[in-house]
Design a protein around this ligand. Structure first.
Ligand code: GSH
Length: 207
């Protein structure tokens, strides 16, 4: 049975959402962040040496890195859905967005988290980090425009990857109406809600 090693308040929520969209059977192994420092518990290192979430195990495969997991699940359980056909006009756009979420957009958001922890010591970096966050959000805002999904006419893995970025942006999303509406629309999907019910409390949703 496919297992999702799920850390609360984390990117593994996107994997639960995808599995609910796919209708694939799976089990959740729950892990809880520590306090006061909200890192993953050491048991996750027994599943994968990085000790991060998400990680899935399926038969003899162990896969980390959410983009790779999304690709694997869509290819294995998607029955041709959730991804444009290889060679179609949308295919390379899809690949670009799939990599963009974790490869570019998350970095300045993480830097903001860490520089804020530094207080005054991080103040000199703040304008640069804020500028990069705005650069990424403006790009996404105009690329999405009034369309329902980032690629094509149906939900794809790219939406699964990108929604977490918009959730992590929190109130920073307010000046971007297309992205705010998109985030609300995705979070209203029945499969997303089922993923939340199964994953447990998810603070990144309540912004
Ligand atoms: N790029 C990786 C990031 C994985 C990652 O950093 N996950 C975070 C949760 S969102 C984590 O496990 N944090 C706990 C820790 O660092 O101890 C992915 O997309 O899977």
């Amino acid at each position: 049975m496919l297992k999702v090693h799920h850390l609360n308040n984390s990117r593994s929520q996107r994997i639960l959402w995808l599995l609910e969209e796919l209708g694939a059977p799976y089990e959740i192994v729950h892990y809880t962040r520590g306090t006061p420092i909200p890192l993953a518990p050491p048991e996750l290192k027994a599943v994968h040496p990085l000790g991060k979430s998400p990680v899935i195990t399926d038969g003899n495969k162990t896969i980390a890195e959410s983009g790779a997991i999304v690709e694997y699940l869509i290819d294995t359980y998607g029955k041709g859905r959730f991804k444009p056909k290889a060679g179609s006009g949308d295919y390379w756009k899809y690949i670009e967005w799939m990599h963009y979420g974790e490869g570019s957009a998350m970095l300045p958001l993480l830097l903001a988290l860490y520089t804020n922890m530094l207080g005054e010591a991080g103040a000199a970096l703040k304008p640069r980090v804020d500028g990069e966050i705005a650069n990424n959000l403006s790009y996404m805002e105009s690329a999405l425009g009034h369309r329902e999904f980032f690629v094509g006419q149906e939900l794809t893995g790219a939406d699964i990857q990108l929604l977490f970025v918009l959730e992590a942006a929190g109130a920073r999303l307010d000046p971007y109406p297309n992205l705010v509406k998109y985030r609300t629309r995705m979070q209203a999907r029945p499969a997303y809600k089922r993923g939340i019910e199964k994953g447990g409390p998810y603070a990144l949703m309540s912004r």
